[in-house]
Design a protein around this ligand. Structure first.
Ligand code: UT7
Length: 328
């Protein structure tokens, strides 16, 4: 069986920046509180009319160009998002049309912050089975479309943007590629981070709009507790079953939800902070977008080099969580 690898990455963030100081004018908060409790200084926000498929197409085209693969040669497009352009059709279909990948099929995956990691695993299986040569995995969210900018506990963490990874098969003598993964969900946590209305449970009505039920509802403390427990737990489990420790990992790329969640995981993994990729200060929490954005930051900073052992981890709504090991 072939092994899957990330051949190239492309990202897309809207140009408009929403700083903590801008938020001070919108809700009862301060820059100091946001920085101290989350590590976030700013986030990017899409202009009205800019959609998940727009950012996804931009990121996908950059990834394809960087990987030297024509859009015409893409076999499969998977879009991880909880902010699709519309309920239907799938955003993957819109991206396929926008980038001109005429022979590609595709679908969306809705698993919030874990979306990109889960989609990487699913896309990787199509490479490993030999079914496909070029798979584009996208993690993008336009969170500003579902955030209540009167809810100070929630609106301060989220931002818009994300990226795409081009997956291909490794060469036979290649040392790089996907190694192992652990993904886990716990549906009993569903109510703590959800978008209450607009689905079959509470279809859109004047009442649901008046009650602001089309915005993300988050019980931050409960999610925080789950995240600080689950992220290191899955990482340790994955490392141990591969005969590794935190010391063997060259680069740790965690989901960027809150800097305090990242540092607590890093402490448990006994890893020096210089091996950890953090860009939450610039982008906030872009849900499915955080991991591709963090990969790109790591590459740009020279923090991620060919042959590095990479550990990625995520935790989010569902609850859902995951960890993945790969050689870059
Ligand atoms: O990626 C998806 C998964 N999501 C996450 O991983 C998010 C996990 N949760 C968190 O990151 C944090 O829980 C938050 C950043 C959302 C909130 O931080 P916290 O430290 O858990 O704050 P808290 O909700 O416990 O609130 C502490 C205090 C409260 O005041 P009192 O009751 O102690 O007087 C809040 O009302 O801070 C207050 N507060 C704020 N103050 C200023 C809450 N939000 C704000 C705010 N500005 N924006």
């Amino acid at each position: 069986m072939a092994k899957a690898k990330v051949k190239s990455i492309g990202t897309a963030v809207p140009p408009k920046v929403l700083s903590n100081f801008d938020l001070e004018k919108m809700v009862d908060t301060t820059n100091d509180w946001i920085v101290e409790r989350t590590g976030i200084h700013q986030r990017h926000i899409a202009a009205p009319g800019v959609t998940t498929s727009d950012l996804s197409a931009e990121a996908a085209l950059k990834a394809l160009e960087a990987g030297g693969v024509s859009p015409a040669d893409v076999d499969l497009i998977i879009v991880a998002t909880i902010t699709p352009d519309m309920y239907l059709p799938a955003t993957a279909c819109l991206v396929q049309d926008k980038i001109g990948s005429k022979k590609a099929w595709g679908f969306d995956m809705s698993i919030a912050c874990s979306g990109f990691l889960y989609a990487m695993q699913v896309g990787g299986q199509f490479i490993q089975s030999g079914a496909h040569k070029n798979v584009v995995v996208i993690g993008v969210d336009v969170m500003s479309s579902i955030i209540d900018y009167t809810d100070r506990q929630t609106c301060i963490i989220f931002g818009d943007g994300g990226g795409a990874a081009l997956l291909t098969a490794t060469e036979s003598d290649d040392e790089v590629g996907f190694i192992d993964f652990i993904h886990e969900v716990d549906g009993s946590g569903g109510d703590y981070l959800c978008l209450p209305a607009g689905g079959s449970k509470l279809p859109a009505s004047h009442e649901t709009v008046d009650q602001r039920k089309h915005f993300v509802h988050q019980e931050g403390k409960v999610v925080f507790k789950y995240a600080t427990r689950k992220m290191p737990e899955l990482c340790v489990k994955l490392l141990e079953r591969n005969g590794l420790t935190g010391d063997d990992v060259d680069v740790f790329i965690p989901h960027q939800a809150n800097l305090r969640i990242i540092t607590s995981a890093v402490e448990r993994l006994k890893m020096p902070m210089d091996r950890v990729v953090v860009n939450i200060d610039q982008f906030g929490n872009t849900t499915a977008g955080t991991l591709p954005l963090a990969i790109e930051s790591a590459v740009q900073r020279g923090q991620l080099k060919k042959g590095d052992l990479v550990l990625m981890a995520t935790v989010g709504a569902g609850f859902s969580a995951g960890a993945m090991l790969l050689r870059w």
